[in-house]
Design a protein around this ligand. Structure first.
Ligand SMILES: [Zn+2]
Length: 306
């Protein structure tokens, strides 16, 4: 029985560590929504196709856990999804910067940031580490990672993302639509025009060659509108022939949205009641979240000093 109270929505996941949790969440969604594909979302925005009580699921980054944990579950329950990957990470078996620093000693990282970056924000110590890094250009983030590795004799991690063969298998399954997510996952707004253009267009063109297929969809790294991307990125995507690009703005979808800035509700944890409350709250969730979480990362992101 479909729950008519849930508005059309797109849900975003990243790496998944818990198989039982993932299956429970997907069953819950399937019970409450019509599960639709990326092409249905394209039709909704581009061809006036009506959606009712519908949900599309996306996964960002192309982590191995998608192939190992999620893919068997969506095959079993026949749920269409779309994923957003970097062809560069795939082909070179490399990690995004945030994958590389997983498990690093935060205190040591902060110490390196304070010696590497000259102009510190005044109240730097109160900044969450994630906000500090996301305020930087990619070049500086990697400078800090290399310095950490040098000082602590930490080797580069083996690749954590899906292989080319796995992506091809997903592409041929008919259940998984593959879109681009830049090459190196910079916060696009922090980069200059040339880097932003190359990061976006090369990820699309390389993915087209790898899949021997059209690439029509894109997801912005980190994805907060106005903070992580802006009109410049939207224009680049428009010129590159992208139909739909996804942000991480927590909201339900509406035919009046800009198809190159489509909101998605992020889910990374929580029991069924929590998830349904979040989906039911829709656009009211963000202010609610700010009441719950002290030291919201985004607050510090608006205060760029690096
Ligand atoms: Zn991402």
């Amino acid at each position: 029985m479909l729950n008519k109270f849930f508005p059309n929505t797109i849900i975003n996941f990243h790496a998944v560590y818990d198989k039982a949790w993932m299956e429970k969440v997907l069953i819950l969604l399937k019970k409450n929504y019509n599960m639709v594909s990326a092409i249905d979302i394209e039709s909704f925005y581009r061809r006036g196709y009506k959606l009712k009580n519908s949900c599309h699921i996306t996964f960002d980054d192309g982590d191995q856990s998608f192939y190992k944990i999620v893919y068997p579950i969506i095959k079993k329950h026949k749920i269409p999804v779309s994923i957003y990957v970097s062809p560069l990470m795939t082909m070179e078996k490399k990690n995004f910067w945030f994958q590389e620093i997983l498990g690093y000693d935060n205190k040591k990282l902060r110490e390196i940031i304070s010696t590497t970056i000259k102009d510190q924000p005044k109240n730097y110590s109160s900044y969450p580490l994630g906000a500090l890094l996301k305020n930087m250009q990619l070049e500086f983030i990697w400078k800090i990672i290399y310095e950490y590795q040098k000082e602590t004799s930490t080797p580069m991690k083996p690749g954590m993302n899906m292989t080319y063969e796995q992506l091809l298998e997903l592409h041929r399954s008919g259940l998984v639509e593959i879109g681009a997510h830049t090459q190196n996952h910079p916060i696009l707004k922090n980069e200059n025009d040339k880097t932003a253009f190359i990061e976006i267009t090369e990820s699309i063109s390389q993915l087209r060659i790898m899949l021997q297929s059209e690439v029509k969809y894109f997801a912005y790294p980190n994805g907060v509108p106005h903070l992580d991307f802006g009109q410049r990125e939207i224009n680049i995507l428009k010129n590159a022939g992208i139909y739909i690009s996804y942000s991480t703005e927590n909201n339900t979808i509406d035919a009046k949205d800009d198809p190159l800035s489509v909101p998605r509700n992020g889910i990374s944890k929580g029991n069924n009641a929590f998830i349904m409350a979040k989906l039911f709250a829709g656009r009211r969730w963000d202010p609610f979240k700010k009441l719950l979480i002290k030291g919201d990362e985004i607050k510090y992101r608006y205060n760029k000093c690096l």
